[in-house]
Ligand binder design. Sequence first.
Ligand code: MCA
Ligand code: AMP
Length: 464
Amino acid sequence: MPLLAALLQDADLADFVVTPDRRIGRHELLGWACGLAAEIAGRRIVAVHAAPGLPTIVAVTAALLAGVPLVPIPPDAGALERAHILDDSRAELVLTDDPAPYRDHGVPIMKISGVRPGSVPPDPGPERPGLVLYTSGTTGAPKGVVLSRAALAADLDALAAAWLWTPDDTLVHGLPLYHVHGLVLGVLGPLRLGSRLVHTIKPTPSAYAGTAGSMYFGVPTVWSRIAAAPAEARALAPARLLVSGSAPLPVPVFDAIAELTGQSPVERYGMTETLITVSARADGDRRAGQVGLPLDGLHTRIVDDIGNPLPDDGVSIGNLQVCGPTLLSGYLRDGEVRPPELVDGWYPTGDVATIGPDGWHRIVGRASTDLIKSGGYRIGAGEVEDALLLHPAVHEAAVVGTPHMDLGEQVTAFVVADPVTAEELIAFVAERLAAHKRPRLVHLVPRLPRNAMGKVQKKLLTAG
Ligand code: MCA
Ligand code: AMP
């Protein structure tokens, strides 16, 4: 079955994809995307300026139809981040209706809008790379995670089975179009499975409440904001499924959504590198603080620090590993796909979890303090530290996540510097990296706590 099977169906469907300024039917979307696919056919890899809206959806569709791997670029990426993604991926051109951010990069630009409709190209087959998603590691600049078309298809099919997701659904969300959540689930899902998509551009409570749908996707910050707006929350009561993921959903938010909408949210867990692997099922239990059962075709286990498997007893806490058809093909480096480091075929997620005797998973936390989740975005401490160290006044920097009511965690920097203000440093990072990577708190300190080896002891920074 082709990756975008539902898009290729003979029957037209009005309002297949809807954004606040545009409604487009299935045939019109397909024609437009096929026209663009013909323009980019044969390219090795292309990028898209992933601004929320229909042009990005068309560009992604075109690249997947043409079999050309696609790299989405966050629309608010700072100059440093944008240059890194373009250089590292070796993207041959950028698809965008907004050329301004790319003028200095020397990479050719192709407009998305205004192309003539084309006809459907031959199917590229499952094993080719589909998407390259840049995501933060604990150190250094973000890495390009290569996801095959087969992995994308396997994940969407497993989610369709878990959530009983059918062409009768209307999916509503306003999540960013450059991550697994908003792009793979939120755009490729409807294009493969046939549901209608309404993208609200921003995931605000009022936008969700004002848009009728059967499924709503949000990160916990979105659900927490909806829970704090009772009238908007109640408007979601007729929906079939309210899905939360990308970060832990706080139990009080789960409870408030259940109370206000009459239904408990479905929580699911995943990573850019593995896609979504564990979820509550539409026709099963929904439990606060737990993320559910492995999806069809996926396997999970927890191991101790030397790799010995631990029992599924609900109390043993171990490092979560997953295996199955949704894992990344590798990381892109120097134009090559380097295979990931698996442990006997298992991908070590870096998350710490328990698994109950009934198979239910609880994510306890992350093994490393150097990956921060803020508003559902994954932020590498090292990337923010490197950006801070570029400032001439900064001598040392240590970045951690600290608790934040709305965002889960907030980026917090401890900086040893010559006289400089916190605002200046925040603005300095904002020019170079995406907005959500800016520190929200900057503590100017005389020194950083280090151990005998000279390593910064981050746990001491936030203790007490
Ligand atoms: C932000 N602001 C700041 C600072 N940071 N101002 C001063 N100093 C700072 N350090 C500004 C912002 O620019 C914004 O201004 C305003 O404060 C509010 O920002 P924020 O609180 O961040 O709210 P928001 O802009 O409304 O964003 C919240 C959000 C967003 C909509 C929940 O975080 C979001 O879209 N998250 C989704 C992330 C996601 O899709 N993750 C999926 C990863 P102004 O209003 O003027 O602009 S995929 C994944 O995790 C896996 C596979 C999975 O399981 O899904
Ligand atoms: P990303 O690569 O941005 O996709 O982030 C993946 C990480 O998000 C995972 O390794 C987890 O730490 C976290 N995550 C995703 N979904 C959940 C969830 N439902 N509960 C807790 N953490 C989650």
